[in-house]
Design a protein around this ligand. Structure first.
Ligand code: TYD
Ligand code: MG
Length: 452
């Protein structure tokens, strides 16, 4: 028997050491280094061919390289296609990460069921019965999808060889283990090894493989950082578990832009694609309520109209409370300070609550103006006109700053029937909209006069 070879890995960052030590010198975490046995008897890859010389590639002139085979596979899911950059690339490895229970398995099972190709869905987490029950809720008529419950990569490859699927989905990479490595599933060396085997399989057979990845409590994909380097595309599925909206975004994409965004709504029968998100994110109310304002934001490349709600009331306790959901609390404090100093509103003794509806989190600075408008509206208890919307950033001296891609926001606002959009005077707008009025403002004081 070959000599047992062991190495030490930091379970936090994946750094490799030749001997044990108490603290990882790379990430400074304590007690994260564990020994892993890496036993490699004359290792073979996924199909046991010892033909490396045959496959050795030679350099080609860039315009001689044949790209005709790179036609993408349509996943029959518009949002998923959009985020991938137009569909699955043959031979690509895609990693989908997200919080437990957010809907990763649901999303990929749903896509597997809808695909018109032969799909193999490998689950190491649920039994075939469990998956069948879920599939019945999503799409009972599907008949191209095979379900395999297996965690050993060698067995998975055996099944793949006999089934010859067009697409393989693995739920999840952390449950897989390879015979060539002794350590337990989910450990750094197992994840590395299984991913390497899958990459070899994907590249050699031009079969796209989609992996589900668990994330750690600080939001990174569990396992070595190298996992994200190895795969072609890293997608993240996120959203608030208590809300119905889920956002799919690409953190890395070798075949497309990372600016695209997919939006889904979790329903009793799986995830529904939301192709016009703005209409859902804005609640349709009959009465005029104070404290509501609509922001024309941009998530990635997609314009999104988002409703901001604020509640300003006299503080009951000594220290006023400030709380923000879906918006950075520090930024809220800054906007309140600007309102106090530049526009003369005494908000220091008031409680301020801010909420972005729909359970989504917004980073786009263009939401500032809507936040300010919602706060002013609640403070004065005057409802804003329902067909007003806002897109501008606020600076520390109270200036209203321009935002990127303002024209795209204006077009979206116009499409949804808003009568007026408030933007910064310094935005260069070459667009000539017909139905919407563009109100240019330069200082925060102007907002007060214009809206109240
Ligand atoms: P799941 O896809 O298993 O999440 P993950 O694989 O990311 O851990 O499940 C997500 C949740 O979605 C689950 O708690 C129940 C809910 N759900 C629905 O609301 N409707 C549905 O049709 C399905 C299948 C799940
Ligand atoms: Mg799951």
């Amino acid at each position: 028997m070959a000599k047992l070879k062991t190495t030490f890995f930091c379970q936090n960052c994946g750094t490799q050491y030749s001997k044990w030590q108490g603290q990882c010198t790379a990430c400074k975490e304590w007690n994260t280094i564990t020994e892993e046995v890496i036993q490699k008897p004359e290792k073979s890859d996924w199909k046991t061919p010892a033909n490396t010389s045959k496959r050795a590639s030679k350099p080609l002139l860039i315009n001689e390289i044949d790209t005709s085979k790179e036609a993408r596979l349509n996943t029959m899911d518009e949002e998923f296609n959009r985020v991938l950059g137009g569909g699955l690339v043959p031979g690509s490895l895609t990693l989908l990460g997200g919080e437990p229970g957010i809907g990763k398995s649901t999303l990929l099972l749903q896509i597997s069921l809808k695909l018109p190709y032969k799909t193999l869905y490998v689950s190491g987490e649920e039994s075939q019965k469990q998956i069948k029950m879920r599939a019945e809720r999503i799409d009972p008529s599907a008949n191209h999808c095979y379900i395999l419950t297996e965690t050993k990569t060698q067995n998975i490859f055996k099944q793949i060889e006999s089934l010859q699927p067009d697409i393989v989905v693995i739920d999840s990479i952390q449950t897989l283990h390879s015979d060539y490595i002794e350590s337990s599933s989910g450990s750094i060396s197992q994840i590395k090894e299984c991913t390497t085997e899958l990459i070899k399989f994907a590249k050699e057979t031009a079969t796209p493989v989609i992996l589900i990845g668990h994330i750690t409590k600080d939001g990174n994909i569990a396992g070595p950082k190298i996992l994200e380097h190895m795969v072609d595309t890293v997608l993240q599925f996120e959203g608030d578990r208590n809300h119905v909206f889920r956002i799919l975004r690409a953190n890395k994409n070798r075949f497309g832009s990372t600016n695209e965004l997919g939006i889904y709504e979790m329903q009793g029968s799986g995830l529904r694609e939301v192709s016009n998100p703005s209409e859902i994110l804005i609640s349709q109310k009959d009465e005029d309520l104070s404290g509501n304002a609509i922001a024309a934001t941009l998530e990635g490349m997609r314009p999104l109209m988002i409703e901001v709600q604020a509640l300003v009331s006299t503080a009951v306790y000594g220290t006023p409370q400030r709380s923000a959901t879906g918006f950075n609390a520090k930024r809220l404090n800054m906007l309140l300070a600007v309102l106090e100093k530049r526009a003369g509103f005494r908000l220091g003794a008031k409680d301020v609550f801010l909420n972005i509806t729909g359970g989504i989190t917004v980073d786009d600075p263009a939401i500032d103006l809507a936040v300010v408008a919602a706060i002013l509206s609640s403070n004065e208890d005057v409802a804003l006109q329902k067909d007003f919307c806002f897109a501008a950033e606020i600076g520390l001296s109270g200036e209203v700053r321009p935002v990127q891609r303002v024209e795209q926001r204006i077009i979206e606002a116009e499409k949804l029937g808003f009568s007026t959009i408030f933007v910064s005077k310094y935005n260069k707008i070459s667009l000539k909209p017909s139905a919407i009025r563009i109100q240019l403002i330069s200082k925060i004081e102007d907002v007060v006069d214009l809206i109240i």
